[in-house]
Write a protein that binds this ligand. Structure first.
Ligand code: C2E
Ligand code: CA
Ligand code: CA
Ligand code: CA
Length: 278
């Protein structure tokens, strides 16, 4: 047994091998899916205090030929690890801008702001700003209606280059939002340094805002801080009217969550905002 142990290669237990195979297969399929245009964007409404739709977040889905609609939880991480996120991210930007351009001039849809999630690897490309500009120019979408959502971890090691990228797009009107606020490394000092327009309170805090005094305190603090820095705040994951009431009472004026609408194909938003003629 000792000799066998020394001479045979036993790196893989079957479970691990299986996992690697599944991952490699998923990667191949995602690569193919990108080429075959199997990705699509869902849109989730962002509403104001009165429930009026003021914007939407674009959320990627994969219309898999066999598995049906697959959520980003099952492929974004893989895309990031393999670099596929660069092609995927470009596609998302282009698709969102194309949608914005199509909405131009249509009553109810004309002024919507569309938020797009940007992954760290995508943002770090030296030509990221040029890629965003290209998506805007090719589609004819107005920069003021595009908002890019960045995460805290992406901005953690923020550099002069990060700020320069943001500033150059911002000069043209593109907005920036800090996503999942409160979950990450939350150095509050960068909030002041970075050229942000908006922060999004993570739904982990919104969820228990009525039952957990700590979460309530965090939410109140974020709202007060954001207002003193002149940042817009969106509360994510609003599911109940009591959560909404709490948030409103503490000065929040924009909301996103199942209470107002789940992510759905663009047509659903178009229908909600453009009632069929009588
Ligand atoms: P996120 O940016 O924090 O997006 C919000 C997620 O919360 C979405 O999940 C949305 O469906 C979900 N959500 C919204 N309202 C509620 C609610 O009231 N209750 C609950 N329980 N959930 C709610 P989704 O669409 O599965 O996206 C998951 C994550 O995948 C996103 O989190 C984002 O980090 C990432 N993602 C989505 N689309 C893209 C994309 O185009 N590019 C990149 N890089 N990442 C994306
Ligand atoms: Ca987001
Ligand atoms: Ca979020
Ligand atoms: Ca999140």
């Amino acid at each position: 047994a000792k000799a066998a142990g020394r001479n045979s290669v036993r790196f893989f237990d079957p479970g691990l091998l299986e996992q690697m195979r599944a991952r490699a297969q998923l990667e191949g399929e995602l690569r193919r899916g990108l080429v075959q245009q199997e990705l699509l964007l869902y849109y989730q409404p962002v509403v104001d205090g009165g429930g009026a739709i003021i914007g939407a977040e674009a959320l990627v889905r994969w219309q898999h030929p066999v598995r049906g609609v697959v959520g980003p939880g099952e492929f974004i991480e893989l895309a990031e690890r393999t670099g596929l996120i660069l092609a995927l991210g470009d596609w998302v930007l282009q698709a969102a801008c194309t949608r914005l351009a199509r909405w131009a001039g249509r009553p109810g849809l004309d002024a919507l702001v569309v938020s797009v999630n940007v992954s760290a690897r995508q943002f770090r490309q030296p030509d990221f700003a040029a890629r965003v500009r290209q998506a805007l120019r090719a589609s004819g979408a107005r920069p003021r209606q595009l908002r890019l959502e960045l995460t805290e971890s992406l901005l953690l090691n923020e550099t002069e280059e990060t700020i320069a990228k943001m500033e150059s797009l911002r000069a043209e009107g593109v907005g920036f939002s800090l996503d999942d606020f409160g979950t990450g490394y939350s150095s509050l000092s960068y909030l002041k340094r970075l050229p942000l327009d908006q922060i999004k309170i993570d739904r982990a805090f919104v969820r228990d805002v009525l039952g957990e005094p700590n979460d309530a305190a965090i939410v109140r603090t974020i709202l007060a801080l954001a207002h003193s820095l002149d940042l817009q705040v969106v509360a994510e994951g609003v599911e109940t009217t009591s959560q909404l009431e709490f948030l409103r009472q503490h000065g929040c004026r924009a909301f996103q969550g199942y209470l107002f609408g789940r992510p759905a194909p663009a047509e659903a938003l178009e229908q909600a905002l453009q009632p069929a003629p009588a």
